[in-house]
Design a protein around this ligand. Structure first.
Ligand SMILES: NC(=O)c1ccc[n+]([C@@H]2O[C@H](COP(=O)([O-])OP(=O)(O)OC[C@H]3O[C@@H](n4cnc5c(N)ncnc54)[C@H](OP(=O)(O)O)[C@@H]3O)[C@@H](O)[C@H]2O)c1
Length: 331
């Protein structure tokens, strides 16, 4: 049996629970492809999973792999795969529903893979899928951002935040970002944010209303959750829309739908897996993000590339709010 290195967790806990172990290389089932990973993207959700805080800890069976995205090449095809651009050796990006990217190999339904151009830098290939498609789908499909609208983006200097900022600016929106440090504020401004609120020091709801002359913002991208959700409803303009797509500060436990009536507000949720599992959505979405990149309209900020064995260091940096942009693991 062929074995590979994989980063496993055998319990929930701090970054030190991540352990490099030898496990069997998975076999692709009918319709699947085996992908040999070259670079792995690290996402905030994985730090929540490791701590047992993602979707309230479930469904995890220990030992468990971790990791949602990787770029690499197709190493083997299962039976019944007949896609013209997915062959052995094809360069692809993979987004996994079942955490499994922190490993040398992974398997995925072949029709959910994203074929990649040979000249795409490896860092971009591993950085764009989860954060890029999330930012893109929210601003172009969940809410069709209009020129002149104002969007408030929480964690504006993070992976999703910097990409959403650039996309919103290209759509003609005004961007108000929130962040916790001056350094992150400077970076977000460099990538187009018009206004920054330091929510560690300022009352961000009051500031958002002041910056919009009392009107409020048209859209909020809320990945912080518990600490920001209620304030978000107060910062929205009439007919405003809040998209809840994360829980960095904890889960929003309750919402009173009646409270949406007063400002004719919309609250929606977004989860990338709804896109990922639809072959008719994942490819067009990925292609749209890569088109923005190839046209020079989107820059990926790579904060740090860690050796695969140092995944715990990447987690530590991400969950302690010391990263901006993307963290990667190099195999
Ligand atoms: N729904 C989906 O499909 C989907 C897809 C991708 C990402 N997400 C979510 O989007 C968010 C951003 O993901 P990312 O990978 O790009 O991460 P990230 O934004 O690079 O990092 C997380 C950032 O969240 C902010 N934050 C606010 N409260 C925090 C807290 N209590 N603890 C730690 N950080 C806190 C920090 O920025 P400041 O220091 O500036 O506050 C931190 O840097 C995450 O919540 C993630 O789960 C959801």
């Amino acid at each position: 049996m062929q074995t590979m290195k994989a980063m496993l967790i055998r319990e929930f806990g701090p970054p030190s629970v991540l352990k490099l172990e030898d496990v069997p290389v998975p076999e692709p089932a009918p319709g699947e492809a085996l992908i040999k990973h070259d670079m792995i993207g690290v996402n905030f959700a994985e730090t929540l999973m490791r701590r047992g805080l993602y979707h309230r800890g479930g469904p995890f069976k220990f030992p468990s792999k971790l990791g949602l995205e990787a770029a690499g090449r197709v190493a083997k095809l299962g039976k019944d795969v007949s896609l013209p651009d997915i062959r052995e050796g094809s360069r692809v990006a993979a987004v996994y529903r079942k955490p499994s990217a922190y490993a040398q190999y992974g398997t995925l339904p072949a029709d959910q893979l994203v074929p990649l151009p040979e000249d795409l830098p490896l860092e971009v290939a591993a950085a764009f899928p989860v954060q890029g498609m999330t930012a893109y789908y929210m601003l172009h499909e969940m809410h069709r951002m209009q020129p002149g609208e104002t969007v408030l983006i929480h964690a504006v200097a993070g992976g999703v935040g910097l990409l959403a900022t650039q996309m919103a600016k290209h759509l003609g929106a005004r961007v108000i970002g929130t962040t916790s440090s001056m350094e992150k504020a400077r970076l977000a401004r460099k990538f187009g944010a018009d206004e920054i609120i330091n929510y560690a020091e300022q009352d961000w709801v009051r500031e958002a209303r002041r910056l919009t002359d009392g009107a409020g913002v048209n859209l909020i991208l809320d990945s912080v959750g518990q600490a920001t959700f209620d304030g978000g409803l107060k910062a929205l303009a009439d007919f405003g829309h809040l998209i809840l797509f994360g829980s960095a500060s904890g889960i929003v436990e309750h919402m009173v739908p009646q409270s949406l009536m007063r400002g004719s507000h919309t609250v929606s949720g977004f989860w990338l897996h709804s896109v990922r599992e639809r072959p008719d959505l994942i490819r067009p979405t990925a292609e749209a993000v890569l088109k923005l990149y190839s046209e020079g309209k989107l820059e990926f900020v790579i904060d740090e590339v860690f050796p695969f064995a140092d995944a715990a260091k990447a987690h530590e940096k991400l969950e302690n709010r010391r990263s901006s942009g993307k963290l990667l693991l190099k195999l």
